[in-house]
Design a protein around this ligand. Sequence first.
Ligand code: PHE
Length: 434
Amino acid sequence: SSAPAISVLGQTFKTDSWTNATPQILNLVGRDLYKDPNHPVGILKSLVENRFNGLDYTFYDDFNPVVSTYENFDVLGFPADHPGRSVHDSYYLNSKYLLRTHTSAHEHQCFKRCHTPGYFITGDVYRRDEIDRTHYPVFHQMEGARQWVRSDYKSNEELLEKIQADLDATPKSSGIIVTDVGHDPVENPKQDYMSERETDLIGQHLKRTIEVVVSEVFNAAKIAAKEAGSKEEYLNEPLKIRWVEAYFPWTSPSWEIEVWWKGEWLECCGCGLVREQVFKNSGKGSDTIGWAFGIGLDRIAMLLFDIPDIRLFWTQDARFRDQFREGKISLFSPYSKYPGSIRDISFWLPKESDGEFKELHANDLMEAVRANAGDLAESVKLIDEFVHPKTGRKSQCYRVNYQSMDRNVTNEEVNRVHDKTREELVEKFGLELR
Ligand code: PHE
């Protein structure tokens, strides 16, 4: 039922059976919130970039969000059956092109082209996901990476001295307490093509760099909260952060950094030492060693600016936009909240010809809601599920809250949108409404 071709940022793509990017999503491509210096995401971006100005990094924010499956997955060593490749998780234009799911899609190009040892890439990334106040199908990431080329040095000793010097030149974070787990030599090993010493020094350089980013950002959040009059105790305590082990197909060893913030550990940033295969795919071969990290900007901006709902980033409402200014972290003051309207969708899952019951992927239901309701969809939750004892048929009930951040929504509008969603679900997935 989709058009034979779709166009994104002036490029045309022939659709095929993989195509699942909806007009609603394609409409958001090119909004470039992170380039607006007065937008919370743009303010956060500048805060980080300014910290690393003059330290041998190039800052990119102009890569096309449409990438090939090669760039997003293959070049990074994602196995063929990795769930990230699924149409349930990503927005495809066709079987060869998709909206990038992470800024790591540009790593290999940067390693190839970049004239400074390090770089940062900021961009919008796209993932099919649930609908609630912290999830939106578009969010923002900042990728950081740094490389050292062995043949630039007369000896390995000289290389190690240079890495140590770069480590000493990295700004030190202040006011943080760090717990580091190291890494498991079997599950999260050092790579064969790197020595223990290289792995250790580059790992330290990576961790120190991320600790600077994180302490800078969260300390700024504390200052903003204090300025706004908050007397909460955590504002006077040092920031607690910890390193936990992680897995990414293109780094080893890999970690994630977590920050203790308002009573919970917050996952902030995945990272690791770049695998040899990525450098090989970038035409660098085994001569190059280095690290990469990817930090999600939206959740952090929500904390920094005290923004309760991720959809607010996308509103054009001046009551939101006019609250923020370049270079300044200030807490959001909420404006009147419009009432929400709850509607349920209950249905039986369809039976297939072989008598089995077909499951509906939650992300497919989310997408149908989003396609019809757009940003009116505040949250969607599975609230009930049961199997009929006699027929074995499965029933599910999802609850949708329709609520605008900008205006009052009438019952008629909610009913119209909801009915269209129900019809679409019947048509596309053969559900039997209850
Ligand atoms: N791209 C990863 C993500 O989206 C983060 C990452 C970047 C991890 C670079 C390792 C190295 O979760």
